[in-house]
Design a protein around this ligand. Sequence first.
Ligand code: GDP
Ligand code: IMO
Ligand code: MG
Length: 428
Amino acid sequence: MTATVVLGLAWGDEGKGRVCDALAADVGYVSRYSGGNNAGHTVRVGKEDFKLHLIPSGIVREGVVCTIGNGVVINPEVLKQEVEALEKRGIEVRSRLRIDGRAHLIMPYHIRLDSHREKALGKAKIGTTNRGIGPTYEDKISRVGIRVQDVFDEGILRAKIEAALREKNAIFEGIYGEKPYEVEELVSYLLSFKELLFPMVEDTGALLRGALENREQVLLEGAQATLLDNDHGTYPFVTSSNPSVGGACVGAGIPPRYLDQIVGVTKAYTTRVGDGPFPTELFDETGDAIRKAGHEYGTTTGRARRVGWLDLPAIKFSASLNGITHLALTLLDVLSVVERIQVCVGYEIDGERVDEFPMSQTDLHHATPVYKELPGWGVDITGCRMRGDLPETAQEFVEFVEAEVGVPLCMISVGPERDQAIVEKIGA
Ligand code: GDP
Ligand code: IMO
Ligand code: MG
């Protein structure tokens, strides 16, 4: 009766979908607990890529029950498209997907507000995915959000939309000189999803707690990542939820005592989409080579990802915050394109050597990485299935990272395909 959490240790896109897919082979339930369709999780099965934004990656594994927890924000249109697209590809979704009635809905006005806010920030923009995530969580916290369950009570739905629009329309008309929303237009928009949602909505927290009591395995699939966490990340360049481990309990509706394994995922280097500090970022041809080899273009927005070296103080901070029990190291094969590898082991901040990831935004902006150089391996490693198959220098790199982070590796991913991994200690 345990739950495993898979979460990102950096700024997202660490390969959480791929790691969850591997772990989902042995579980009954996979649950998303935070974020919305700002996420893009890729699972490759054979030559086919599944890019999941809202539905947990476990859906690709036959028989797994998938839940979208109360902590997730749902764009109903995107949900519909995702359900239909998966079903077109022969994956049974409706009978296996459960959606919590407490989850909040992303409304059309949230998406418009997201883009207005970004424009207003100018140079200081966050570089959001423009999916309405921030404004939806703002309304949740302000207690004027619309929840999935509201779709089943037209009276409540209308009253809530009316209340929300009083302020929203004042903003659209007064500040932006734009057309206001009509209450009835939004009521019928949401009612159009009633049929889709009705059979899938339930109390998913209760469902997961029951499963855990029955000694079934639950996998909690983190979206975004620790350094994008609203409390613990590189604020204000973060998302509006808590992707770190605390958010898993709140957003899935299960008590912490069930959490057993916490798998932290990191690439063998670092990427970031959107704006914000990134001390180890590369602006040269090495960065371009890594971007090309790793196909580092956003799964959700298609934006080119910023690329840099592995930042150990950042990863160690995230490992400590989440209390990870295992590390999953992904995209190791991509480093085959570089001759020498740099790993950040500390920073120089205003002339002083610092070993910890700085809490202060000012310090982070002034941080120059201190690197340890390791030799590369320069050969294709996508065929390696055991640590011993890796070239010696790749083994050294892996051992160095494992020792620095201080928890055992459960997976070393050497390619996007299901079998392209060295699997150790999963389930141990
Ligand atoms: P997520 O958001 O954390 O699930 O990660 P994304 O799916 O956004 O991005 C990870 C990308 O890397 C996807 O295109 C994966 O197919 C790919 N990928 C995952 N693991 C590996 C790996 O070990 N090697 C390579 N070359 N690609 C990988
Ligand atoms: P997965 O789950 C990478 C980033 C955005 C932006 C910031 C805020 O695929 O790892 P938001 O739209 O959430 O308000 O944007 O967070 N961001 C991600 N970056 N992977 C993600 O998800 C992300 N989700 C949000 O680029 O910098
Ligand atoms: Mg992604």
